[in-house]
Design a protein around this ligand. Structure first.
Ligand SMILES: *[C@@H]1O[C@H](CO)[C@@H](O)[C@H](O)[C@H]1NC(C)=O
Ligand SMILES: *[C@@H]1O[C@H](CO)[C@@H](O)[C@H](O)[C@H]1NC(C)=O
Ligand SMILES: *[C@@H]1O[C@H](CO)[C@@H](O)[C@H](O)[C@H]1NC(C)=O
Ligand SMILES: *[C@@H]1O[C@H](CO)[C@@H](O)[C@H](O)[C@H]1NC(C)=O
Ligand SMILES: *[C@@H]1O[C@H](CO)[C@@H](O)[C@H](O)[C@H]1NC(C)=O
Ligand SMILES: *[C@@H]1O[C@H](CO)[C@@H](O)[C@H](O)[C@H]1NC(C)=O
Ligand SMILES: *[C@@H]1O[C@H](CO)[C@@H](O)[C@H](O)[C@H]1NC(C)=O
Ligand SMILES: *[C@@H]1O[C@H](CO)[C@@H](O)[C@H](O)[C@H]1NC(C)=O
Length: 464
């Protein structure tokens, strides 16, 4: 997410939602139940239309007595060419309003082409979106309708208790987006050209809670693959995300203002961060994920444009990071405020990673950022049992902390990092970094300072 403008996006979504969420309901209901005219109300908090009576599929209601809403019963064709958006919206609205927990079935053996769509709630709790077939958007920016958002493709908005699951593949068809001349190094002679650059996130959840995602494969997203904004209680399990290492900004899973997140048993290879954790996230547990090629697991960037950022209680454990620019990274901009604290990286295997362990409180895209005294504080960071190999172009451990607000309570335990090939000439780097090595590390770290600096004690900018 190096080049994205996350904070702007968050504002953007609510604005876009104002138009699109309502639009999503402007379709032909007559097939299922009587209109009640509130579906044209221009507010996003409108209640769903009343539930239809359960019925047999033979009567044209589109669902059977087990509450399965097969998108084909709503007119979806699934040949990968015909636009199936309206059928999906109708299936969604019907299932959303169902009294018993309903299943929206995207059947195996079909490719459904759907446009940028917001599936909005509130719905009855317990909805299951079962994706056994494949989903795909229009192919690239030229086929994207002008009226549709270019920042997102499939959006789930204001949903409590939903499962998105199945063995289907979500094809992002990102290739033509990555080749836009505005993308890094895609312009003439390898330059980045100006011009509209928005590219859709494949799947986004916004203001939703109690979500489970299980088993899906997401391939070649135009930009971020999976993104959660302002969500609570999210369980991601056995997700497989792939995009080429050279694909720009294809972050695997991004979370922002979201708490109570578990990400388990998943495999991500892409062209940007494997998992990125933005401002306002806490209570995040990541276990058994395999990252790479890509840019590793990242907390941040935080504090951009002097913003306040709070991130706490994040654990990443029992995971593998292969052939990546970074391993586990914390990055903050100068001038921000707030805090990152209570972060544990435990039992992580690094395989040929360029910066396996890195804290950067001077994060800057242009290398021309002015020094500022305010900073997002970084404290209580534990690295335990981090082993494997690194690419000798960089130092295996890099702690670059703020002059005014040094990093404190960095703990290293059982860290063993060896050059992937050749001999390393770069020692671990520390700048204003306070902490301890509980065990002898490889390479040895002698640059951490002991104790807590006086400047921290009377600085209250960093409370969250
Ligand atoms: C709505 O659906 C009915 C029945 O399927 C159909 O006859 C009618 O033409 C549709 N109207 C629109 C505007 O699509
Ligand atoms: C409802 O449809 C699903 C999916 O096609 C099927 O597995 C299930 O057996 C059906 N239930 C009934 C009662 O027809
Ligand atoms: C691209 O490179 C070629 C050959 O070096 C040069 O003639 C051309 O002016 C360059 N184009 C741009 C837009 O820089
Ligand atoms: C999420 O689920 C929990 C436990 O079932 C429930 O207490 C909570 O209210 C739910 N969240 C929302 C926003 O409804
Ligand atoms: C870890 O995740 C991988 C990939 O999803 C899975 O095959 C493996 O069984 C998981 N390991 C454990 C211990 O759950
Ligand atoms: C930290 O987050 C985990 C979930 O990842 C939660 O179980 C635990 O209670 C949280 N700890 C604190 C101190 O809030
Ligand atoms: C900013 O501070 C760092 C660390 O003290 C120093 O190395 C760098 O030269 C400073 N940059 C500018 C532009 O003053
Ligand atoms: C330092 O961090 C460790 C583990 O992250 C924690 O147990 C300890 O309480 C922290 N100490 C202080 C002074 O914050």
């Amino acid at each position: 997410m190096e080049h994205s403008r996350l904070s702007l996006l968050v504002f953007g979504i609510s604005f876009i939602c104002f138009f699109l969420c309502t639009q999503a309901r402007w379709h032909n209901h007559t097939k299922h139940h009587k209109h009640n005219n509130n579906h044209r109300s221009p507010t996003i908090s409108e209640p769903p239309t009343p539930p239809p009576e359960p019925a047999d599929p033979s009567d044209g209601s589109g669902y059977n007595s087990s509450g399965v809403f097969d998108v084909r019963n709503f007119g979806a064709i699934g040949d990968g060419i015909i636009d199936d958006t309206d059928a999906f919206k109708m299936a969604w609205d019907a299932a959303c309003n169902q009294v018993d927990p309903a299943v929206i079935l995207v059947p195996y053996g079909f490719d459904f082409m759907i446009q940028s769509t917001i599936f909005s709630g509130p719905c009855k709790e317990g909805l299951v979106f079962q994706v056994d077939g494949n989903l795909m958007p229009p192919d690239g920016p030229d086929s994207w309708p002008q009226k549709n958002s270019r920042r997102q493709w499939l959006v789930f908005y204001r949903i409590n208790e939903m499962s998105l699951q199945g063995g289907g593949v979500i094809y992002g068809r990102g290739e033509k987006w990555w080749d836009l001349p505005c993308k890094p190094h895609k312009g003439i002679n390898g330059t980045t050209m100006p011009g509209p650059c928005d590219s859709p996130t494949a799947i986004r959840f916004f203001m939703s809670s109690n979500l489970t995602l299980n088993g899906l494969k997401i391939k070649n997203s135009p930009q971020f693959n999976l993104r959660f904004d302002n969500c609570k209680n999210v369980h991601v399990e056995s997700i497989h995300i792939t995009a080429p290492a050279s694909s720009p900004n294809t972050d695997g899973i991004h979370i922002e203002n979201t708490n109570g997140v578990g990400i388990y048993n998943s495999v991500i290879s892409n062209g940007d961060d494997c998992v990125s954790i933005g401002s306002g996230c806490f209570d995040v547990d990541i276990e058994n994920i395999t990252c790479g090629p890509g840019h590793g697991i990242s907390i941040g960037s935080l504090g951009n444009h002097n913003s306040r950022a709070c991130v706490s209680n994040i654990t990443v454990r029992d995971s593998v990071i292969r052939v990546s620019d970074n391993g586990v990274r914390i990055k903050t901009w100068q001038g921000g405020s707030g805090a990152v604290s209570g972060i544990t990286f435990s039992n992580i295997h690094m395989d040929n990673v360029r910066n396996p362990i890195i804290i950067d409180q001077f994060y800057c895209l242009t290398k021309r950022c002015a020094n500022q005294t305010s900073a997002v504080s970084v404290s209580e960071i534990l690295y335990e049992n981090i082993k494997g190999t690194y690419n000798i172009r960089s130092s295996p451990m890099h702690f670059a902390c703020s002059d005014s607000l040094p990093c404190t309570n960095i703990t290293l335990s059982d860290v063993e990092l060896l050059p992937a090939e050749g001999y390393s000439v770069l020692d671990p780097y520390c700048w204003n970094a306070y902490g301890v090595s509980q065990t002898l590390t490889i390479p040895p770290v002698s640059c951490l300072m002991e104790g807590i600096p006086g400047s921290i004690l009377n600085n209250d900018m960093h409370y969250c």
